[in-house]
Design a binder for this molecule. Structure first.
Ligand code: MSP
Length: 529
């Protein structure tokens, strides 16, 4: 086992049902977790639900159930959705669980003792929907309305406990300049964070007054409830703060979107500094999906919701959805459009014409010329990188290991560690396209006519082996379809060394991997060529 790798998603509010935004972040985290497992690392992947928001109490009332019943119902919806979408998290945290609540009290208690949390009074503009205070200057910019749901902000004054955020301004700036212990990515998001810290940090309230009976009480002061955001952030630590799981802290990646950057890039590291705990290595803040060219919003009712997600999965398949999310998603600083026409284009181009087509060609040609039995190339090792064949191995062979074996681990490690998932997958699909072109250029059908059987064997073995490696490398993104490809090739494991495909293997029968679709989302009458 190599290093440990701990990745988290935000924990989602339980007053809403899951939609494509939640599914996106969690799917990317799942893909990254699977890549790290493929690299034989000790992976811990955490997702879950954030349940102590006041709006849960309101929604529960509207539906005539208790808050915990409401939370149970929606937490279940998140769990069911993630399961259906092939998400394999190591744990699922619910902030109403005792294991979390007791730890939060412990952390807040420790901060009260050290003086980093102190009692005081706060007055400011409050966004009830988001459960957050908006700084006066920003509130005015927003016209005293919530930038998220447009409802008026309320002027609120309350007695509560404060966290000495101001004390950590210099330290945070220094950490973000050095970027060795803690970083915020992409760069533009780090710059944003740095600029905001430079404007000056005020102490922030971390509790609400009034006994709502919902939320975690401040230790020693049951009139006060720990502010839901503080409660929520602690999940990343509380769930691994056990003797068996301690080894996972600090988190390697907190994957979030730009809407919650402030809490993750400023408040959270400052609290960890106050607790004397190591900081997460990277807070990675992606951008947003919009839908069919428009911002997704409650009032437009255009969320890519569970029903729409189900439609995509049942029509195009789960792996196609995962591929689309991973390659077209907003990992950078610009938003991405979730549009069906684009989905179909990407599906046909990458999956039907490239990946699916390669399987068809390999199994079709091996079927035709070798009765479906993987041929034996005269030479398994390709020495000349300048040749077509050279490319096939070179894609995976950055370095030879001590035994002189060639692996693709370095090819995967670098971009995956940098979270450059779309760039990386783009290069893999280009490689798949290249293998198709290689078959075309070499034209084994012409070799056959010319009586060059050894040539046909070589080209088809290389193409089949290149397909196997592509399937191995794509497993984290498309676990189901790649399993089919590997099964057809009689390759069960995840071997990453060139030449592992066994000549003499009988290929299994298979249907089309990714049948083509017309622009209107109906299966094409014509088969993939
Ligand atoms: N409960 C807080 C997070 C606490 S984390 C300690 C919260 N929950 S949320 O349900 O609103 O989820 C926000 C997250 O959902 C975003 O940061 C992002 O990961 C995901 N997305 C929500 N809408 C999104 C899009 N339109 N596009 C992409 N991801 C988005 O905030």
């Amino acid at each position: 086992m190599n290093n440990k790798f701990y990745i988290t998603t935000p924990i989602y509010y339980v007053n809403d049902r899951p939609h494509i935004g939640h599914v996106y972040t969690t799917t990317i985290a799942d893909i990254l977790a699977r890549y790290h497992r493929l690299l034989d690392e000790d992976v811990f992947f955490l997702t879950g639900t954030d349940e102590h928001a006041a709006k849960v109490v309101d929604s529960a009332k509207e539906h005539n159930v208790t808050p915990i019943e409401w939370a149970n119902r929606n937490a279940q919806a998140f769990q069911d959705t993630f399961k259906k979408l092939g998400i394999e998290s190591s744990d699922f945290v619910r902030t109403t669980e005792e294991r979390h609540k007791s730890k939060v009290q412990e952390y807040v208690g420790q901060l009260m003792k050290s003086g980093d949390v102190y009692p005081g009074e706060y007055e400011g503009w409050y966004d009830a929907g988001q459960e957050e205070y908006i700084p006066d200057k920003k509130a005015e910019e927003y016209g005293l309305k919530s930038p998220i749901n447009g409802k008026p902000l309320v002027r609120k004054k309350e007695k509560n406990y404060f966290f000495k955020l101001s004390k950590y301004q210099g330290k945070l700036l220094k950490l973000l300049e050095e970027r060795t212990e803690f970083d915020v990515q992409p760069d533009a998001r780090r710059n944003e964070t740095v600029n905001r810290i430079k404007e000056g940090l005020n102490d922030v309230p971390i509790s609400r007054s009034g006994e709502s009976g919902w939320g975690i009480p401040v230790p020693g002061d049951p009139q006060q409830t720990i502010y839901v955001w503080i409660d929520a952030l602690f999940n990343y630590l509380s769930i691994v703060d056990t003797p068996q799981r301690q080894k996972y802290w600090p988190a390697d990646v907190h994957l979030i979107a730009k809407d919650i950057l402030w809490f993750h890039a400023v408040i959270w590291p400052a609290m960890l500094l106050a607790l004397g705990k190591p900081l997460p290595r990277v807070v990675y803040s992606h951008s947003f999906w919009i839908a069919e060219g428009q911002k997704m919003s409650k009032s437009l009712g255009n969320f890519v919701d569970l029903e729409k997600i189900d439609h995509y999965v049942s029509t195009y398949g789960l792996d196609a959805l995962r591929w689309f999310l991973a390659t077209q998603g907003p990992m950078g600083v610009t938003d991405s459009d979730f549009a069906e026409a684009q989905f179909i284009d990407v599906y046909n181009r990458d999956l039907a014409n490239d990946f699916g087509n390669l399987l068809n060609r390999v199994s079709g040609l091996i079927g035709k010329y070798f009765n479906g039995i993987v041929p034996n190339p005269e030479d398994m090792k390709i020495e000349d990188p300048q040749t077509h064949e050279g490319f096939l191995t070179r894609f995976f062979d950055e370095k030879e290991d001590r035994e002189g074996e060639r692996h693709f681990t370095d090819r995967v490690k670098l971009p995956i560690n940098r979270l450059e998932i779309n760039v990386f997958l783009d290069s893999v699909i280009h490689y798949v396209g290249y293998v198709n072109k290689y078959i075309e250029d070499q034209s084994p059908w012409k070799m056959k006519k010319a009586g060059d059987t050894a040539g046909v064997a070589r080209v088809l073995y290389y193409a089949a082996e290149a397909l196997r490696l592509a399937a191995v490398i794509l497993q984290p993104v498309m676990p189901n379809k790649t399993e089919i490809v590997l099964d057809v090739l009689g390759a069960t494991g995840s071997g990453t060394t060139w030449g592992e495909l066994k000549p003499g293997t009988k290929l299994k029968e298979h249907g089309p991997l990714f049948p083509r679709f017309d622009a209107d989302g109906k299966p094409s009458a014509t088969k993939a060529k």
